[in-house]
Write a protein that binds this ligand. Sequence first.
Ligand code: YXS
Length: 276
Amino acid sequence: MELVKCTIENRVAFLEMQNSKKLNCLSRALCNELIEGFASLKNRDILAIVICAEKGCKVWSAGHDIKELPTDSNDPLSFNVAMEKLLREVQNAIVPVIALVEGSVWGGACDLCTVCDMIVASDTSTFAITPAKIGIPYNTSGIMHFVNTMSLNKAKELFFTASPISSQDAYNMGFVNYVASPEKLRDVLEEKILSKMRGNSVLAISAIKRQFSLLTRATANLPMEAFENIQDMRRLAYQDGADYIEGISAFIEKRKPVFKGKACDLDAILEKDKKI
Ligand code: YXS
């Protein structure tokens, strides 16, 4: 693996993202190497997996690689894209996964943090979920990750403003477990979490972790039509809505996007769809 370093220290596995020159964008290559890292740890005697970036990084991860987002009307966040597979790998891990965050966290990387079991962040870190900034209708499983991790009002604020919040704010709302200076980050991880877990039964922790994963993914019985309506709406937003292409182009051309989409456009398109 070239983009991820996997080490094991005192029964804790560290998957360190080492592509800071590309701001650790969750490209297919980086996601696949993280998935490979998880696979290599399946039968190891470990009590936790830590996802981290190189010490001193300014950006923990800039999120999905925008230059890899499809512009051929395919769903940018479909079930089988590498980033979605990585998010499921974290949730299916049989030991707790902890995000050790230094630097800023963006977009899909913020979702990666929500699916981790705990977060220890530096006091200079920020978190932003940014699909609205790029014209992307986020996906249902991704939204549920935030619904399961914070209050609805804070989740909506994060999505609708697409603006970064500080790690202190994230701590105050229960999203981040501990905040520490960059120099003390690993010590706090060890002292507050790992050292206490070491004395406990990894078997019991694994059984509990698997229950959390199953229970948090159990949706209240969503009627099939609602799910189909969601898929329809998302498809119409990233296919027929021009905002998605404008968001990607604006980012690549380093200019502010000029979004022309209106909320009622969705109704009009849905209406048109019904007439077919
Ligand atoms: O100009 P060059 O070629 O050097 O490239 C620039 C950026 O284009 C590139 N870059 C990215 N390329 C692909 N995907 C990205 N996510 C991405 N982010 C950055 O890296 C080079 C340096 O970027 P620059 O000049 O902006 O660096 P900076 O230090 O001034 O600013 C760092 C950031 C992270 C604040 C800034 O790059 C930024 O805001 N990046 C976009 C963060 C973001 O919105 N990520 C969401 C990606 S989409 C996603 O995750 C989901 C699909 S969703 O949107 O639904 O959540």
